[in-house]
Design a protein around this ligand. Structure first.
Ligand code: GCW
Length: 720
């Protein structure tokens, strides 16, 4: 740590001046670029921005010496130096003179009892405040916790790096208090111990290779920094399809090395576990959750972990799902299974995320009453109240599986006495696998804002998962991230907006999508107005464009579900046990999920939502085929028939994908060449793929319906 004593304000100005020259001659955005810094690039400030920050203090006073406060100070010093060329001095516990004062609220009160934010800070919140301390103008960064102070540093740096308006970062007026919306702001990685990542599109695992934890954990440490910068406080390291060996002593020892590099960033590590572990690796003849030997086994394993990793977060469980063993082997319930593990973790303050993704993938497709969408609610709603308080039910946003458009899972409103977290998929499994652009924040916003109308009162999903509606002690958001060793983490530079957006929404689901993408673009590409305008416009359109050429009207993503989940393959969903059916035949298309004539799925929603979806007159077009089976000639609210919509939307979507390329070309010379060319190639590829999708789906729809395209683009119109 630096402890030098004095640097004058003049030097600050001069160094900043030097930085300006540098910025004019060699802007960082034109330098070699790998994308590894993501949104933490801390580029040299442009002249106007530099002017604004010239009046900032040149000293940091650190009110404490915890690991996290040290991280916070180092991040602040490093970033300020990188952006301005100026080295901050660091002092401990002194309060003399103009300074950035960094610590927890508790430390701050000890320094000056009259300083307190408008609302009491709890948990990981922070307060950025300009105030006089002992007569000197200071900028306070205070956290409800040490971690909150670190978040405050990242927030301040983000403002500076985005070159926000002088008023927003004016030393004399700064007064901003932020509190995270949800306690649980976690990511899951689906990394296998051999280094492959299930549904990962950014290269091999940053944690594991060849069955072991990597010896070099530099990338893991950089990942923890990225996560902390957007307020993520937990990370599950391994695939939910978990290898039992993860719980062996030798492996726990290795995992503790990952925990060591995550700890300075306040990100807890956790593990996915296989429910059959007591038998498969523990040598017992059973894994029955109600057997006392099994309970003892979990207690001992938890003890072994916490001895090595005292701040371990807990376990994630996928059981009785897609071939994984589970409590049903012994006629037990998910509550029995979750609780036996929860009780082992409870003395250590750990939690269990028990996934609600439990369904039968051998459903009889002949039976029109069968419906995979009903599974989560059917399995978990009857158990409401049976789970211990340190169990969180982790529920995918939709009832099927991360399709491009689904209604929200009814289970989100179906647990009143049980904690829950919503699981969102950041990695683009069904949404183009990072080869197509698909910015998911607009979709997630719709999900989080959807009002379930519980007991005839407003109950948006964000409030349900956070525990506000039913006054639950904990809950929040989990995102399946799957970053990898690719230099740019996710394989595509633009896809990183999804990881950023996930973190920002977990912190504050009320942030507008436009604001989130604006922030991300400025931090990632700089604040050139043309660059910001072009990238934000493309990203904000991208989900709807992808939807329009892959899966319109709520029919699901019409992809090959038996293979790569990427190419068009609408027929692969039908006539098998996986239950991702569209029920498309020569007469009509869509799943009848009504209570009267269909599967009854709609009956799982609260009454007002049932009414919305049950009524053909009110059901929104974009979900029509999810809830209803209709003839191809059925008239939508838009005035088009279903079939004409399918044709038009596919042609429209493919045209818009092509337009993205044209829009991107306007950025030549305005961003670094590497990213310019990389993204151009991706967009050109996407434009071609969109045509493949368009033709595959339009021809499929024409073959089934026999109804030609009014505009003569698909099939042959016998009338002409
Ligand atoms: O959709 C499926 C994915 C699987 C995944 C599963 C799950 C980890 O195709 O790869 O398994 O969801 O969420 O458990």
């Amino acid at each position: 740590m630096k402890t030098t004593s004095s640097t004058s304000a003049t030097l600050w100005v001069e160094v900043w001046g030097a930085a300006l020259v540098c910025a004019l001659t060699f802007p960082r955005s034109l330098a070699a670029e790998t994308g590894a810094d993501a949104w933490l690039r801390y580029s040299k400030l442009n002249p106007q921005a530099a002017e604004v920050y010239r009046r900032f203090p040149d000293k940091v006073v650190l009110l404490g010496d915890s690991l996290l406060l040290q991280t916070a100070e180092q991040e602040l010093s490093r970033a300020v130096e990188q952006m301005s060329g100026r080295a901050l001095q660091v002092e401990r516990n002194s309060s003399a003179g103009k300074a950035i004062v960094l610590g927890t609220m508790k430390d701050l009160r000890a320094l000056s009892s009259r300083l307190h934010p408008p609302h009491e800070l709890s948990g990981d919140g922070y307060w950025l405040k300009s105030a006089k301390i002992h007569g000197a103008e200071c900028l306070i960064i205070a956290g409800g916790t040490d971690r909150g102070a670190l978040y405050g540093v990242f927030a301040l740096l983000s403002k500076i790096a985005r070159a926000e308006s002088p008023a927003a970062v004016d030393l004399a007026t700064m007064d901003e208090e932020q509190q995270p919306y949800a306690a649980v702001r976690w990511v899951n990685q689906w990394d296998n111990l051999d280094g492959r990542i299930e549904r990962g599109y950014g290269g091999p695992s940053i944690f594991f290779a060849d069955g072991k934890v990597r010896s070099d954990l530099t990338r893991a440490s950089q990942y923890a920094r990225l996560l902390a910068s957007i307020g993520i406080n937990g990370c599950t390291l391994n695939n939910v399809n978990a290898a039992p060996g993860i719980l062996e002593d030798g492996f726990i020892e290795q995992v503790s090395r990952i925990a060591d590099v995550f700890r300075p960033w306040g990100v807890e590590v956790s593990l996915s576990v296989d429910l059959s572990s007591p038998k498969v690796m523990g040598g017992l003849d059973t894994f029955d959750p109600l057997d006392s030997r099994v309970a003892e086994w979990w207690r001992k394993r938890a003890g072994a972990i916490y001895r090595r990793i005292p701040d371990f977060g807990g376990f994630v469980v996928k059981a009785d799902s897609e071939g994984r063993l589970g409590p049903s082997t012994y006629g037990r319930t998910p509550a029995d299974a979750a609780n036996v593990i929860a009780r082992a973790l409870q003395p250590h303050h750990g939690v269990v995320f028990y996934r609600a993704f439990v369904y039968n993938h051998h459903l009889d497709w002949h039976d029109l009453k069968n419906d995979r969408a009903k599974a989560a609610y059917d399995n978990f709603h009857p158990l409401d109240g049976a789970f211990d308080d340190n169990v969180i039910i982790q529920i995918k946003n939709g009832p099927i599986d991360f399709q491009v458009r689904e209604p929200v899972s009814p289970l989100l409103a179906g647990l009143r006495r049980t904690n829950e977290a919503i699981e969102l998929q950041i990695t683009q499994e069904y949404t183009g696998q990072q080869r197509h652009l698909c910015f998911l924040v607009p979709m997630w916003k719709e999900v989080l804002d959807f009002d379930m109308r519980v007991d005839a009162h407003a109950a948006p999903v964000k409030d349900l998962v956070e525990g506000r509606v039913f006054r639950r002690p904990t809950g929040g958001l989990v995102g399946v991230a799957n970053v990898g060793m690719a230099a740019n983490w996710m394989g595509s530079p633009l896809a990183m907006a999804n990881l950023y957006g996930f973190g920002r929404l977990a912190w504050d689901p009320d942030l507008r999508g436009e604001k989130i993408i604006d922030e991300w673009t400025r931090l990632t590409f700089g604040s050139n107005p043309l660059v910001v305008k072009t990238i934000t416009a493309i990203e904000l359109r991208s989900w709807q464009v992808y939807e329009s050429y892959t899966g319109p009207l709520g029919a699901g993503t019409l992809t090959n579900i038996l293979g790569n989940h990427y190419d068009p393959g609408p027929e692969s969903s039908e006539e098998n046990g996986w239950g991702q059916w569209h029920r498309a035949d020569h007469q009509g298309i869509g799943m009848d999920r009504t209570v009267e004539t269909g599967t009854g799925y709609i009956g799982q929603y609260p009454p007002e939502v049932q009414k919305l979806y049950a009524s053909l007159a009110r059901c929104p077009d974009e979900l029509l085929l999810f809830f209803h089976h209709v003839p191809y000639s059925y008239g939508l609210h838009s005035g088009k028939t279903v079939i004409q919509h399918v044709y038009d939307s596919h042609y429209d979507g493919a045209d818009q994908a092509r337009d993205f390329t044209a829009q991107w070309k306007a950025l030549a010379g305005h961003i670094d060449d590497e990213r310019y060319r990389d993204i151009l190639a991706r967009l050109e590829y996407q434009a071609g793929e969109a045509v493949v999708w368009r033709d595959a789906i339009c021809n499929w729809a024409f073959r089934l319906s026999g109804i030609p395209d009014e505009k003569g683009r698909v099939g042959i119109d016998p009338a002409k």
